[in-house]
Write a protein that binds this ligand. Sequence first.
Ligand code: ZN
Length: 874
Amino acid sequence: MSSSKEVIYRKDYQEPNYVVKSVDLAFVVEAESTLVTARIQFEVNPKQDKNELFLNGVDLELVSIELNQQQLNANKYDLNERGLSLHDLPDAFELKTVVKIYPSQNTALEGLYQSGNFFLTQCEAEGFRKITFYPDRPDVLAKFTVTIVADKEKYPVLLSNGNKISSGDLNDGRHYCKWLDPHPKPSYLFALVAGDLDYIEDHFITKNNNKVQLRIYTESKNIDACDFAMQSLINSMQWDEERFNLVYDLDEYNIVATDDFNMGAMENKGLNIFNSKYVLAKPETATDQDFINIEAVIGHEYFHNWTGNRVTCKDWFQLSLKEGLTVFRDQEFTADLQSRSVKRIEDVRYLRSAQFAEDASPMSHSVRPDSFIEINNFYTLTVYEKGSEVVRMYHTLLGEEGFQKGMQLYFKRHDGSAVSCNDFRLAMADANSVDLTQFELWYSQNGTPQVYIRENYDAGKKAYSIDFMQAAPDNYKGDVAWQPMHVPVKLALYDNEGNPLPLNDAGDLQLTYELKEISQTLTVNGVEHQPIASLFQGFSAPIKLHRQIGHKELAFLMKHDTDSFNRWDATQEMQSQIIIGKYQALLDNKNYNCPKYFIESFRHILLDDGIDSALIAEAITLPSVKSLTLKLAKVDVLKLFDAKEWLIKEIAYQLEVELLSVYNQNYDSSDYRVNSEQVAKRSLKNRCLSFLLQSNKKEFAGLAKDQFIHAGNYTDKMTALSLLTHQQVDGFEDLLGAYFTEWQDNPLVINKWLSIQATIPASDTLIRVKQLMELPVFSMKNPNAVRSLIGAFCGANITQFHAEDSSGYQFLADQIIELDRINPQIAARLAGLFNDYHQYNDEIQHRMNEQIKRIHTTDGLSPNVFEIIDRAVG
Ligand code: ZN
C-alpha cells in the first residue's frame, strides 16, 4: 500500500506523451508467484512531443528491462514505489519488461489475486499497475495479445479478453492459451483468469447473424446455479439490440463468478468478472430481490460493452460518463422487463435516502468531481445514481426518439475513443439542435438543488400560477457562486373531481416545464376552481422539493394522480409528516395520537383492488429513518427510530384484520417463478406479515413460523426467519442453528444468516456480532462477509450502532483500522458509515467524532481511508 496522499486535480489533465500501438503480455502462472513479460510498442504523441515517459508500476519486482531488444542501463531509468520513468526516448520503440508478482499474498483484491483455487484480476480503476509497468490511464488505448502458461491439471481454464486464437500443451505438464482482443482498450479493461473452473454454455445470434458463444464459469459446486444469469445475459443482448440498436462485437462472451470481490462486477472486454452474489441463484437459495439484482447487474456489465468499452473515459473524473449512462440503461432494462413503476419507486427511494445523504455529507462531490486522492473512493452513489438521473433528464427533455438520436451521434463521433461528460452532452444537444449549455451545471455543481414553490389561484381571473424558486444546496462547495440549474418539471393539474386540466392552448394534459431561472412563474389560464398540481412527476429531476401540502391534497393525489410515482410519493409524504409529528412530540415530551385520516387512507390503499399489489406493497413501506433524518436537523436518531416504530405498531394494531386478510389473499402456492405478478404478491404478503409481527401476538408468530416451515421459496423463508429473529420470538435461536447446519457450505446463504443476526434490535447484538466474527464462515479477507456482518450492523442496525455507550462507534473504528491493513477499498467503504454524523444532535456528533478522530490519528492509514476520514474531520 502506498503512503502517498497526493491530491489529483481534473484541471491538471495532460495528454499522454506516448501512445501504445500494441501490447503483448505473457503470464507464467504458478502457485507462489507469477511472471509477467510485457512487450509494448510505443509511439510519441506528436501533440506533446516530449521524449520522456512515466509508466505506473506498484509492488512489482523488476526482473529485466529492454528497449528495442537492448538491455536498458540502470542510468536510463528511475524506479520508485509508484513506477518507472524513462528519458531520452526515440519517437518509436519497443519496451520489454519482465516482472514478478505475488498474487496469493494480495489481500487488497486489486490487480492479480487468488480466490479459492483460481487466480483472477480486477484492474479498474488503477489495478493494472500492480500487474506490469504501463501507462495505466484510461485514455491510452491499445490492442492486447495475451498468452497464459500454467500447469494443465491445476489450472485447466485460462481466459483473457477478446477471442481465443490458439491453445495447446507444453512439455512438463503445462499448457497455454493465447487471446487476442481486436478492439483497442485501456488497461483498466484487461482481465485474466486461470484455474479449475466449470462452465455452462449457450449462444446468441446477433442481428448481423454472428453466432456468439456465451459461457459462465464458476467453481464446480455452483454450476447448477448459473442458469438464471445466462438467461439474463441473453435478455440483455436482445434488449440492447432492440432498444438501442447496439450489437455485440466479439465471438465470445465469458463471465466468471468469484466469492472474493470488492464491488459488484466488472465489465472487462469479453471477460466480465462478477461477485458471485450477482450470478449464482436457485429458487431454494435466492430471494426475488437476488434474482432481480442478478438480471440488473448482468445487464449493467453487458451494456458497458458500448457505454464504457467502445467509448470510454478520458480521465477518471469522467467516470459518470460511463457509469451514469450505464446505470440509466440498466434501469430502463429492468423497467422494460419487470414493472416500470416499481423500478422507478425503488430507485428513487434509494437515491433519496443514500445519495441525498452523500450529497449532504463531507464526501459531497459533483457528478464530475474536480479532485480526488483515491479514485476508488469515487465509485459513489453520486457518480452512479445521480449520474443516471442526469442522463434520465436528457431523456425527459428530448424524449425517447431525441435521446436515441443523441446516442447515435455520440457513437458516430466517439466510437473507439476516450471522451468526457461534455462530449456526451454536446452529442445530445447537437443531434437535437438544442442548447444544453446550462445543463452542464448538473455535472459541475455538487449537492442536491432545492426548489421552493408557491401556488396561487386567482378566482377572478380564473388563473392558476406556480412560482418556482431555486436555491443552492446548504453545502455547495464550488469556487464560483452557485448558479440556477436547467430543471425539467413534469407536471399535471387536476380539478376537484380528479380530471386532468389542459395546461396550455394546445390542450396538453401533461407537460415538461423547463426551469432555468432562479425564479420563474408558470401560469395556467381558464381554470374554473382551485386545482391541485402534481409536480415533478416520475421524479423528473433529482432535487429537494419544498412544498406546503396538507393531508387532504395528499389524499387527493393518492387517489387521482395519473402518475403512479407521484401517487406513491403522496403516501410517503403523509407517512413522513406523521412520523415527524410523533418525533417532535417525543422530543417535547408531549402526546401525539395517530390521526384518524391517516389510518383511513392507509386502510384504503391496503384494500384498494384497483391498484396493483406491487404498488400497494410500495405504498405501505414507510420511509427509511435515513431519509427522514435528511428532512430534519440535529436529529436524535434513537427517538426518530422510536417514532417510526410507534407508527408501525399503530398500523399493526388498528389494521390487524385488514393486514391479515391481505396476507391470506396473497398467499400463493403455485410453482415459484420470478415474474412481476408473483414477486408483487410475495412482497405485499410479506410486508403485511412484518406489520403483524409487531403486535407481539402469539398467533402471528405462529403464522410466521408456519411460513418458515412450509414456504416453497426462499423469499418467504428468509422473510419469516428474519422477522422471527428480529422479534426474538421463542425458539428463534433453534431456527437459526438449524439453518446454519443446513447451509454452512454456501457462503451466499450464510451471509444472509449473518446479516439477519447483525440487525437484531437488541442490546446483546454487538456481542453476538463479535462471536459470529470468530466463526470459520467469517473472514476479514472476504468483502461479502465483511459487508454482511460488520456493514449490516453499522449501516442497518440503528438502535445498536447508535447505542448510547458508543460501543457501536468504537466497534466500527476498530474494524476500519484493522481492515485497512488488509483491504483499503473495503475499509474506506466502512469509513463512509461515519459520514452522516453531522446530521445528528451535538451529543451524538461528539461521540461519533471521538472515533473519527481516533482513526484520523492512526499511523499508516491508506490513502483510501485517509481521504474519507480527513474529509469527515473537516
Ligand atoms: Zn458500471
